[in-house]
Design a binder for this molecule. Structure first.
Ligand code: NAP
Length: 319
């Protein structure tokens, strides 16, 4: 199933692949072999939208480098998104200036193109806003990259609703390439974005790319009140996500899914893909089997308006 990204002409698969597992210690996708297996399984399953970032992989550039090898000879089969400018990243010392500055952006794009072994990025996203640089400078630098053919479309990530509005206003004033997508945390268990970011994305015609859509794996159904699978990112790195979960609500969700004859994974994808203006669910996967399951889950269940409302009633927007 394919969709357009917001009001742009970029076509993305409804189920995408988040690539922050590539290079992750302890996972099958830590090395090239595991990354190849997941990337190739994704393409075979019809998942063609890949989302990475320059800092992913537990060493700056590692996810992009692994993907560059995995995609050798197959670049044209996929839509490739990456990001620049995360403040926590171990940025190479050779990158000059502030994260949102023209010099920094030019160094960033060259690094990503080299590691990904490509001469263009389909969606180039600013990872985190940079308060030290006016958005006009950032947009101007990104517009140059579009003009040079190095980038096809622009997106932002972790912007507030106000920052989204400002960026759209400034792009229009300067007559430069606007952002077409917003990537923010959103899942049934984390709906803060639905307070202001989601409505802003609707107003501005942006495609929404929720991150942590499966709540790191908690919403896949493999966790229960009594069983937390040890071989999982949550138990290796963030056990508090399972330990502090509201199991009464999750049990009620499972019962609802059971009553409809769908899995929790299918209901979670179904809700998210019906949640406007979500364009693609960029869930991560650590095995070929997971990516195949996710591709199927993305088409198996479309909630009726009543079912959609029942899911939302269990996981209300925080006020
Ligand atoms: N813009 C930002 O600031 C930002 C921040 C974070 C993430 N992101 C993006 O969002 C993407 C998705 O986030 P995420 O991958 O961190 O979290 P996620 O999609 O919520 O969870 C993915 C994890 O769930 C487990 N899983 C996935 N499918 C499964 C299945 N069918 N059955 C069982 N387990 C399954 C896997 O972990 P295990 O096998 O280890 O259990 C997988 O790594 C990232 O890859 C990245 O592209 C962006």
């Amino acid at each position: 199933m394919m969709r357009t990204l917001g009001t742009s002409d970029l076509i993305v698969s409804a189920v995408g692949l988040g690539c922050n597992n590539f290079g992750r210690p302890g996972s099958l996708t830590e090395d090239q072999h595991g990354t190849d297996a997941v990337v190739h399984a994704a393409i075979a399953a019809g998942v063609t939208f890949f989302d990475t970032a320059d800092l992913y992989g537990y060493a700056f550039g590692r996810s992009e480098t692994l993907m560059g090898h995995a995609l050798a000879g197959r670049r044209d089969e996929i839509v490739l998104a990456t990001k620049f400018g995360h403040p926590d990243s171990d940025t190479p010392a050779s990158y000059p200036g502030h994260r949102g500055s023209r010099e920094f952006i030019r160094a960033s794009i060259e690094g990503s193109l080299t590691r990904l072994q490509t001469d263009y990025i389909d969606l180039y996203q600013m990872h985190v806003p940079d308060p030290a640089v006016p958005i006009s400078e950032t947009l101007g630098a990104l517009h140059e990259l579009v003009g040079e053919g190095k980038v096809r479309h622009l997106g932002h990530s972790n912007f507030s609703a106000e920052q989204m509005e400002e960026a759209a206003r400034v792009a229009e004033q300067l007559n430069v390439t606007p952002f077409v997508s917003a990537q923010n945390e959103l899942s049934l268990l984390r709906r803060e974005a639905d307070v202001a970011v989601t409505p802003a994305a609707v107003r501005l015609g942006l495609g929404l790319l929720p991150f942590f859509p499966l709540a790191n794996g908690l919403l896949t159904g493999k966790f229960t009140r009594d069983h937390f699978p040890a071989n999982s990112r949550i138990m290796r790195q963030r056990p508090h996500i399972a330990e502090q979960a509201d199991w009464d609500v999750l049990d009620a969700y499972r019962a609802l899914c059971d009553s409809w004859g769908v899995t929790m994974l299918e209901a979670t994808f179904g809700w998210m893909l019906a949640h406007k203006p979500v364009a693609s669910v960029i869930s991560g996967a650590t095995t070929p089997e997971q990516v195949r399951q996710n591709a199927v889950a993305g088409i198996r269940f479309t909630p009726t308006s009543e079912q959609y409302a029942q899911i939302e009633a269990l996981f209300p927007i925080p006020r």
